[in-house]
Design a protein around this ligand. Structure first.
Ligand code: LMR
Length: 397
C-alpha cells in the first residue's frame, strides 16, 4: 500500500525551523516561524502562566474526559476576550464556543463544519495568506479562491480591489479575514475599512470566518478585536477562530477556540450541536491543560492584569524591533525605503526581496526567513541587528 508514495515537500515554515536548528553557525538568525522571542532569542514562559499552572497542579482533582466542548469556563472567558464582555451578541446568547487544539485545530473544525453544512462553499482567502490556510481548507474538501489584498509594489492594501472582489462572492461562500496582525504581510485593515467589509458581508450575504491568532500583538487586546466585534454587530452568522499560542505564549499546549455566531439563541443551539458533532468526528475532545491555564488567568483580576502587562512587553518589543531594523538599515546606507516595516503590525512583514536573495541570506549569512521574504520580527535582537542589516544591504546592492 505504501510503496508507491512519493515524499511530501517540507512545510515552508516548519521545514525552515528544522533547517535552522541544524545550522551550526554562531551568528545564525531565525526570522522564520512566528514565535515570540526576547532579546536573548528565548521564548519565555509568561509569569502569569507559571502561576496559573501552579494553581492548577495544586487544585486539579481529576483527569476524566472533558467532553467535546472543552472547558465551559474557558469558552465563556475566551468569547468575552474576543467579542468584549458587553457585546450585544453575547447578551443575546447568539455565540457558542468550543475549546480547540490550537488555532490550527480551530480552523480545521471550522473547515469541516463548513464542509458539512455547505459542501460546495468556496472559501475566499486573502492574497497572500498564512501558508497553511490553503492546505488546511483543501484537506477538508473545500475549494479555496483568493481575493486581492497586499500590494507588494507599494507596500499597502489593495483595498478597492478587495472590495470589488468580495462584492462578487456568493451567499453560500465563506470569506476568511485576519482580525489583526495579518500573517504574512503585517498589513491590517483600518477600523473604517473594517466597517466597509462588515457592511459588504451583510449586503452580499457571505459568511465571514475571522482568524484571530494574534489578539494583543497589534495595538492592544480591544483594539485588535475591532473587526471581530463590528462584524458580530453587523451580520447574522459568522465564525471566529482564535488562538492562545502567541498572546499567552502557550504554543505547545495547543489551545484555541472556535466560536460561532448565529441569528438567534435557538439557531446558535442548533448550530452548536452540529459543531460538536464535527469535533467528535475529528478528535473527540480537546486537551484540557492550556484551557485551564487561560481560564485561571482570565478569571482572576490580578493574573489578568499581569497577563496584560506581559503581553504589552511582547507587543512593545516587536514594535521596537521594527524601528530597530529600519534605523539600522538607514545607518548602513541603504537607500531603498523600508519605512513600511514600521507602519505594519504584529509578528510579520515582507522584506520585499527576491527568493534568490532570501536564499543568499540563508546560505551566506545564516539568516533564515520563508521564501516569500516574510520575516518574523521577534527574531530581531540588539545583538543580531547589525549582522542582519549589513547582510540585507549586501544582498540588495
Ligand atoms: C507562523 O505563521 O509562522 C505561525 O503561525 C506558526 C505556524 O504554525 O506556521
Amino acid at each position: 500500500m505504501f510503496e508507491t508514495l512519493s515524499p511530501m515537500p517540507a512545510d515552508p515554515i516548519l521545514g525552515l525551523m528544522a533547517k535552522y536548528r541544524q545550522d551550526n553557525r554562531a551568528n545564525k538568525i531565525d526570522l522564520g516561524v512566528g514565535v515570540y522571542k526576547d532579546d536573548a532569542g528565548h521564548t519565555p514562559i509568561l509569569d502569569c502562566v507559571k502561576r496559573a499552572e501552579q494553581h492548577r497542579i495544586d487544585t486539579e482533582e481529576s483527569k476524566v474526559y472533558i467532553g467535546p466542548t472543552g472547558s465551559p469556563l474557558f469558552n465563556e472567558l475566551i468569547a468575552e476576550l474576543a467579542f468584549g464582555s458587553e457585546h450585544s451578541a453575547l447578551a443575546a446568547k447568539r455565540i457558542r464556543s468550543v475549546s480547540t487544539p490550537g488555532g490550527t485545530g480551530s480552523l480545521r473544525v471550522a473547515a469541516d463544519f463548513i464542509k458539512r453544512i455547505k459542501p460546495n462553499a468556496v472559501i475566499w482567502v486573502s492574497d497572500p495568506t498564512w501558508a497553511n490556510h490553503i492546505g488546511l481548507f483543501e484537506a477538508a474538501g473545500l475549494t479555496v479562491k483568493t481575493y486581492p489584498y497586499y500590494d507588494y509594489d507599494n507596500k499597502c492594501l489593495k483595498f478597492d480591489e478587495m472590495l470589488a472582489a468580495l462584492g462578487q462572492v456568493s451567499t453560500d461562500d465563506v470569506v476568511l479575514l485576519h482580525a489583526c496582525c495579518h500573517n504574512p504581510s503585517g498589513m491590517d485593515l483600518t477600523p473604517a475599512q473594517w466597517d466597509s467589509i462588515c457592511s459588504l458581508a451583510k449586503t452580499q450575504g457571505f459568511t465571514p470566518l475571522i482568524d484571530m491568532a494574534y489578539q494583543g500583538f497589534g495595538d492592544g487586546v480591544d483594539q485588535d478585536a475591532y473587526g471581530v466585534r463590528k462584524m458580530a454587530e453587523t451580520v447574522n452568522d459568522m465564525i471566529l477562530c482564535s488562538s492562545c499560542s502567541k498572546n499567552f505564549g502557550l504554543y505547545r499546549e495547543r489551545i484555541g477556540a472556535c466560536s460561532i455566531l448565529a441569528k438567534t439563541s435557538e439557531a446558535a443551539d442548533i448550530t452548536y450541536s452540529v459543531l460538536l458533532y464535527v469535533v467528535r468526528c475529528i478528535y473527540s475532545m480537546p486537551p484540557a491543560h492550556g484551557a485551564a491555564i487561560v481560564e485561571t488567568i482570565l478569571g482572576s483580576s490580578e493574573l489578568k492584569q499581569q497577563w496584560l502587562d506581559e503581553l504589552k512587553v511582547m507587543r512593545d518589543r516587536i514594535n521596537d524591533n521594527r524601528a530597530l531594523l529600519v534605523n539600522k538599515l538607514l545607518e548602513k546606507g541603504v537607500t531603498r525605503d523600508f519605512g513600511f516595516i514600521q507602519e505594519q503590525k504584529g509578528m510579520f512583514s515582507f522584506l520585499g526581496i527576491t527568493p534568490s536573495q532570501v536564499d543568499t541570506l540563508q546560505k551566506e549569512h545564516a539568516i533564515y526567513m520563508v521564501d516569500s521574504s516574510r520575516i518574523s520580527i521577534a527574531g530581531i535582537a540588539n545583538n543580531n541587528v547589525d549582522h542582519l542589516a549589513s547582510a540585507i544591504a549586501q544582498v540588495i546592492k
